[in-house]
Design a protein. Structure first.
Ligand SMILES: [Cu+2]
Length: 146
């Protein structure tokens, strides 16, 4: 246990020297539904590391089920949502999940989740990398956090 911890600490120290940028996620927030029981929507920004990555899932232990969605306009101009299986993150690229575009749908939100609290999101990538990030939780009518 101890030697592996030492290696981990050394790796973290090296990463902290600002050499190669690693894959990370920032600016995560979740908008609760106006009506309890409806799904919530989550938004965040993916930042690619030195190699391309593929986001395959985002989960939360305070939501029963989640889906990655994309908002699309149909031929007659109506807005609709489609499920997306995965999202490519280009090396050193930026991919935004934002209102009106790609978003996370969270179903079955635990009632303990209130505006002003945080929801821990787990971002899972195709190479099995996992990144945990706390998302700011806001009420349905609140402005987007800056
Ligand atoms: Cu959706």
């Amino acid at each position: 246990m101890r030697p592996s911890l030492a290696i981990l600490a050394a790796t973290v120290a090296l990463a902290g020297c600002g050499q190669e940028k690693q894959l990370y996620v920032s600016d995560a927030w979740v908008r609760l539904p106006a009506v309890a029981g409806r799904p919530a929507a989550g938004y965040f920004t993916l930042h690619g590391g030195p190699t391309p990555a593929t986001l395959i899932a985002v989960s939360a232990d305070t939501a029963i089920r989640t889906e990655l969605h994309e908002t699309k306009r149909t031929a007659n101009g109506a807005m609709t949502m489609a499920k997306i299986a995965s999202v490519p993150v280009p090396a050193l690229g930026k991919v935004r999940f934002e209102p009106g575009g790609r978003h996370l749908m969270l179903f079955g939100i635990n009632p303990v989740v209130k505006p002003g609290s945080a929801m821990t999101l787990t971002f899972t990538f195709a190479d099995s990398t996992r990144i945990l990030l706390d998302a700011t939780v806001i009420a349905a009518g609140d402005p987007e956090p800056k």
